[in-house]
Design a protein around this ligand. Sequence first.
Ligand SMILES: *Cc1c(COP(=O)(O)O)cnc(C)c1O
Length: 377
Amino acid sequence: MAVPPFDLRRQLEAMGPALDQAVLEVLHSGQYIGGKVVAQFENAFAQSVGTAHGVSCNSGTDALILALRALEVGPGHEVITTSFSFFATAEAISAVGARPVFVDVDPGSYLLDLDQVEAAIGPRTRVLLPVHLFGGPLNMERCMALAHRHGLKVVEDCAQAAGSHWAGRPVGAWGDVGCFSFFPTKNLGAAGDGGCITTNDPRLAQRMRELAVHGMAERYVHNALGYNSRLDALQAAVLLVKLPHLPSLVRSRQEHAKAYGQALINFSGLVLPRQEVAGHSWNQFVVRIPGAKAQRRNQVRDALAQQGINTIIYYPIPIHLQGAYGHLGYGAGSLPATERLADEVLSLPLFPELTVEQREQVVDSMGLALGKVTTPS
Ligand SMILES: *Cc1c(COP(=O)(O)O)cnc(C)c1O
């Protein structure tokens, strides 16, 4: 039996009738853009994060762009972020004309190393843009203290972290703005693209709302150059049905992660993700398989694939070494922890509907795969 990296159809089956009804209602209402369902979802999502405002948009990428634009970040400005993330994190910074400044990660958490941020702050720095990667929450008390000390704004990339908390407060409620993605494989997935921005600042919320609709303040009155970045009513309807299930979906992810941790703890040649982090939503369960030039990791991945276990590498090439960012001049070796992780990481299948049998199959196959490849010296 093959184990896929995720199984979106199984989740649909579980929520089937309610989802079908919600989608059909919108379809037959004739209101596909804006309207009651979109407003309802924005309110419900903001409430779940604990912020005063939720502004929906077309994607997590657009959420980041709209947030940076609303904070008036643009040409001549720098935004400090991590290179160990999905490309869109940095792409959004460049899209508003600013320059991404990459700081290395803490290899134990995979997250921005706050000890190294201060050295990267300069006169052009405007924003800290941390990423709660794989659902792992960054220490937001430290992050906010650092930002306040230097007069910087904070935009949280929560794309992989809907349902994550730091110190009991949801991610996306700590920074000036939180940016969420509803790409189907995220913790809260739409049936297509979608995103939402959370904030407590009414001025920022209003600006983001306008920017998402061509910078339009009232009908055909444009205060700024904006975007066409709306959340479809059909997607809002799907998300409204799924949102109440988010806490239990995250609990399932946490149970799978705990079980993986217990089952894999004695395997040698394998470094497990930190298990003790409270508020982790486990969008991914990412192990490290050390070995020079990714060779061992790739061998283990191939051996797993031969046994029907489908893993994914998030992310094989750090953003600072992507061709698109050659002009920034980061060379190989400039962010050593990030570069090492890119060679070592492997995401095991983890999604709420994963069965115990599938999980055990992954563990057994991992034992066989690790036995087949030579351990590093
Ligand atoms: C998915 C993702 C994004 C982009 O979200 P989209 O909805 O796909 O545009 C941004 N940052 C991170 C860390 C992501 O995982």
